[in-house]
Design a protein around this ligand. Sequence first.
Ligand code: NI
Length: 263
Amino acid sequence: MFIDTHSHLNFSDFNEDYPDVIERAKSVGIIAILNVGADLPTSKRAIDLAQKEDLCYATVGVHPTNTNNLKAKDYSGLEELARKKKVVAIGEIGLDYFHNKVAKEIQEVSFKQQILIAERLALPVIIHNRDANPDTLAILKEKGIRGVMHCFSGDINFARAILSLGLYISFTGNLTYKKNESLREVAREIPLRRMLLETDCPYLPPQSKRGMRNEPSFLIYTAEELARIKGVALEKLGEVTSKNAEDLFKLARLKPRTTFSFT
Ligand code: NI
């Protein structure tokens, strides 16, 4: 069993065939898919999918590259959405200095605002960080919140800093890329009990699927790579990383009851 902790079936790439995509995910042992919001419309769509599909959960948030022109009413709208059933995190939120689309100051305000929403609702955060390590760390240190560094691609020092804040580290298909030996080195050093798996689909397909649209069933390739790196059986890797995801996002709490006790 595996959990795709960062997927975008809520993006238009999957409008036509998401039921088939979900069936293929089930067939390889995916037990949950977290569809992650990148703005208000995709956050809403993630919630729609969570209501329709047992396997799906939602997270709501505004990606740093979409934070221009956010108004107070957008934040209150987001908070409203975050109270809906099966919303398990605020994300993806953070800082992106690579794309350079939004001024740093605006990204920072928006990151902090959304962390406050997470705090108020006692939800974890899914963090997007690109070329902004020091500033991301400074904000996380100041705020002290539960969460995960999504699509980890930093070095071992950054990984240690993230772990010391009590956060999880999540790997995508880029772990399987031929040239990414340095990332595999980092994965070797990180304890399994702090790791999560994700596809970030439709982006970042694993090595054997490059050029294709990524999807949750391809998580298995990243899982195989990580199992090899950690020297554990694939099943064991799935068990541990799924347990990590269930703990962080409190998924078990949301599962329908299958047994009743009469005490
Ligand atoms: Ni994403």
